[in-house]
Design a protein around this ligand. Structure first.
Ligand code: ADP
Length: 274
């Protein structure tokens, strides 16, 4: 195909424009392939809980005389329905983040507020899983962002840290301000001493539906979309996400976000220069 485009285009276009044209064709093919894969993945992910729910509904119909079996099937039906509802919610979130909605209104938000919005509802879950949840955020540290979206990002990271750890584990949430060559940024880090992630997988876990261990992810109600959502949220904030991890040792996910213009810093500089 590349040769065909070249042959047709060569008489009328110079070589630079031919290269651009071929790159365009390749890029739109790649985008189309990613879109097709995504639709295939969504269909598969939707089919699984719906299929399970149908089977469970039949099992419930046939187990009317067995109260213990009935309770068991109903609990599983609720679990599958929850998974389906979470998947649909996350698909909607993701499609909004991918360009449907305008970029978030960035305002100065306290990091401690973002983190408590995220962590408070997860204490019960951490306790049930035997995980110690430790939060240490400097009181006045602020970030430039959207409180709700950033809380969703931290929630997804803390949920993963709990799920991919073992009983007796520890999950920590911390934050700090740092000066980089590009300016001041705020880093929010979620660390765990759980199962860890191999280097080859670290590059792929932010892709939609990519899971290192699909069985474990599904069993714990995972959708495979959590990190893709986090990545889009930080990108839309002009930030980025990084991961450090070692299998068997644990993982740390860090959100690097823009810091608000600091009044205190400028007044200090004013004092020094005057
Ligand atoms: P899921 O719903 O499967 O958790 P995510 O997008 O949140 O989907 O994460 C993608 C995959 O990355 C997970 O299936 C898991 O294999 C891996 N992962 C994410 N967070 C962690 C973590 N803290 N420790 C180990 N593995 C993780």
């Amino acid at each position: 195909t590349v040769r065909a485009v070249h042959a047709v285009a060569a008489p009328v276009l110079d070589s630079k424009r031919v290269v651009l044209l071929v790159t365009d064709v390749e890029e739109s093919r790649r985008v189309e392939a990613v879109r097709r894969d995504f639709i295939a993945n969504v269909s598969h992910e939707l089919k699984t809980p719906v299929g399970a729910m149908l089977l469970l509904a039949e099992a419930i119909r046939d187990a009317q005389d067995d109260p213990a079996a009935l309770t068991h099937f109903i609990d599983r039906l609720i679990h599958e329905a929850n998974r389906l509802s979470r998947l649909v919610k996350e698909l909607i979130d993701l499609s909004r983040l991918q360009g449907g909605d305008p970029l978030p209104e960035l305002s100065e938000v306290r990091v401690s507020d973002i983190v408590s919005d995220a962590v408070e509802p997860l204490h019960v879950r951490a306790e049930a899983a035997g995980i110690r949840l430790e939060v240490a955020i400097p009181a006045n540290l602020c970030v430039l962002g959207d409180r709700r979206q950033l809380a969703t990002a931290v929630t997804n990271l803390v949920e993963n840290a709990i799920v991919y750890s073992s009983r007796g584990g520890r999950v920590g949430v911390g934050a700090r301000e740092r000066v980089t060559p590009e300016g001041r940024i705020v880093e929010i880090a979620v660390s765990d001493n759980g199962i860890g992630i191999a280097r080859a997988d670290q590059e792929r876990i932010f892709e939609r539906f990519y899971r290192v261990d699909p069985g474990r992810s599904r069993a714990t109600g995972g959708t495979g979309l959590g990190l893709a959502i986090v990545k889009h949220i930080v990108n839309n904030h002009g930030g980025r996400i990084s991961v450090w991890s070692k299998p068997g040792t644990g993982s740390t996910f860090t959100l690097h976000l823009p810091a608000p213009a600091s009044d205190t810093t400028s007044s200090v500089t004013d004092l020094v220069t005057r």
